[in-house]
Write a protein that binds this ligand. Structure first.
Ligand SMILES: [Zn+2]
Length: 76
């Protein structure tokens, strides 16, 4: 089921790796931000939707525009 498997992600033709531990497996969540949350992240000029990638190893969260992200599931 979607969301139960870790994914690879590609953004800007580059594989996303964790900014903390450097590995490349993430849990994916698609979130709709409230305007206050968007302001907190400084992205209120953009879509209120965000793709959250949570590192399966260390838990660091990377934040992307959903349309900029391509997800690769292990089973294809
Ligand atoms: Zn990590």
């Amino acid at each position: 089921m979607a969301g139960d498997q870790p994914v690879w992600a590609v953004a800007g033709e580059k594989t996303v790796t964790c900014g903390h531990c450097g590995q490349g497996w993430f849990w994916h969540r698609r979130a709709v931000m409230s305007s206050s949350t968007a302001s907190m992240f400084g992205v209120d000029a953009f879509s209120p939707e965000a793709a959250l990638l949570s590192c399966t190893a260390c838990g660091r969260i990377e934040l992307f525009e959903p349309r900029a992200l391509t997800l690769r599931h292990p089973e294809g």
